[in-house]
Design a protein around this ligand. Structure first.
Ligand code: NAD
Length: 440
């Protein structure tokens, strides 16, 4: 039996014991996850630095702070989330018990991506523990240092049988995908997402797919361009552009294009100095393969700022997610054309719009589709636990964060408890179906 088969089998056996179900067990595991993050913060930081060049503060701000917030939220609200949820009654159920009982799905496979190796791998785990599932955690091999720390230390904090960490590359991910799971939670590219969904379909396993895509950013010419560009520069260049919800390209009218470029250039300098290469808060592209991929996107294009920005080799850049520090600017005649441009492409993870005009913002909400819409800022919707985080269409399916993670990894079981009495009210449904009964 392979290592992967053994892990799944062990997980299923331990799940069947019902060990994950008591609320205090779940809270205990969640608290241990908090201890892991605080006690191993030096190892986590060092690994993330080695993988992505992230600074210690950057790791705290973009990886572990949000994770700790999600864990604390789950600890505080778990009892409420897990409790039966009464539903509206009708005439036929007026004297019955009618409710939805969240039920653990079973054994979940969590496959993480490399760009935020802690946040995107352990945040789904928070929901999985809260929902009393048993979870196999597969961090990305691309962020190898983080995967190693997770493999070495996480089992010292969490129940080893219930939450094992499997490391390895594509082959090691494909192996467990042959097994039967009760849910697969995948974060990564849309291309691999399709393979994961194909593998899941063989067992009728439901999936959550947290994928990527090209998130557009429309700047209304009448907005405060200085503030807009400051927020866009931050959202784009954090983690070297390797953020699933980074603005992928700007849409604006030609009359503000040079102002936008000027403001972004000013902000890059202010945030990362004249020499970002040696600046601690400017990270690195994860590896040579991705470096070459991003460089190839720039071939033959006009660079407006730095060596890294690009107006686009339109055909290539505008089809593929950039996932790097390039920010093409596409000029449009106004919001009508921007909406058309967005709608001509795959549904993105986010649509960003910068405007003082609430009617314009609401129009973009009404006339486009995306996982989320964020007006007048970048990235921060990720931190709002009350909002479900996820994609639509090519950018994914299913969502998580806060209570949504719990719900995503639970089966919402419909429960109707009737009495073995009041048989008279059922006479209409029993044959013979006479006109007399129906005229009641
Ligand atoms: P990656 O290469 O780390 O792959 C992700 C996971 O898939 C890894 O665990 C890897 O082992 C596994 N994998 C890779 N190829 C596989 C295959 N052929 N079969 C089975 N498993 C395989 O990450 P990536 O795909 O380069 O991640 C970047 C993408 O992830 C971007 O598109 C980004 O937008 C997206 N992303 C989305 C979110 C989100 O929350 N929606 C978050 C982070 C990243």
């Amino acid at each position: 039996m392979s290592r992967e088969e053994l892990a799944v089998q062990r997980a299923r056996t331990s799940f069947q014991t019902g060990r994950t179900k008591p609320l205090d067990f779940r809270v205990h595991q969640l608290k241990n996850l908090l201890h892991f993050i605080s006690e191993r913060c030096a190892d986590i930081s060092a690994a993330t630095k080695n993988d992505l060049g992230k600074s210690q503060h950057g790791t705290k701000l973009f990886e572990t702070l949000g994770l700790e917030g999600e864990i604390n939220l789950a600890i505080e609200n778990l009892a409420g989330w897990a409790t039966p949820r009464p539903v509206e009654k009708n005439l036929l159920t007026i004297s019955d018990e009618v409710y939805v009982q969240p039920e653990p799905l079973g054994v979940v496979l969590i496959i993480g991506a490399w760009n935020y190796p802690w946040a995107v791998t352990l945040q789904p785990l928070v929901g999985a523990i809260a929902a009393a599932t048993k979870s196999i955690i597969k961090p990305s091999e691309v962020s190898s240092h983080s995967a190693k720390v997770m493999e070495e230390f996480l089992p010292q904090y969490l129940d080893k049988d219930l939450y094992p960490v499997l490391t390895g590359g594509v082959a090691e991910t494909q192996e467990p995908l042959k097994q039967r799971f009760d849910h697969i939670f995948y974060t990564g590219s849309s291309t691999v997402g399709k393979l994961v969904m194909g593998a899941a379909a063989r067992h009728l396993t439901p999936v959550t797919l947290e994928l990527g895509g090209k998130s557009p950013c429309y700047i209304d010419k009448n907005c405060d361009i200085s503030i807009a560009c400051r927020r866009i520069t931050w959202g784009k260049f954090v983690n070297c552009g390797q953020t699933c919800i980074a603005p992928d390209y700007i849409l604006c009218e030609p009359c503000i294009q040079s102002r936008v470029i000027e403001e972004i250039a000013k902000n890059i300098k202010e945030f990362y100095t004249d020499n970002p290469k040696t600046f601690e808060d400017y990270g690195r592209i994860i590896n040579q393969r991705h470096f070459k991929r991003v460089m190839a996107l720039m071939e033959g294009s006009t660079v407006a700022v730095g060596g890294d920005s690009d107006e686009s080799q339109c055909y290539i850049v505008m089809k593929e997610e950039i996932f790097g520090p390039l920010l093409p600017i596409i000029t449009v005649s106004g919001v009508d054309e921007a909406i058309q441009f967005i709608n001509d492409r795959e549904k993105p993870l986010v649509v960003y719009v910068f405007s003082h005009n609430i009617k314009l913002i609401k129009r973009v909400i009404a006339e486009t589709s995306s996982g989320a819409l964020l007006a007048n800022d970048c990235l921060v919707h990720f931190t709002v636990s009350a909002l479900p985080f996820g994609g639509v269409g090519n950018s994914g399916m299913g969502s998580y964060h806060g209570r949504h993670s719990f719900d995503q990894l639970s089966h919402m079981r419909s429960c109707l408890i009737k009495q073995l009495s009041m048989e008279g009210v059922n006479s209409m449904r029993y044959p013979p179906h006479t006109a007399k009964k129906l005229s009641w």
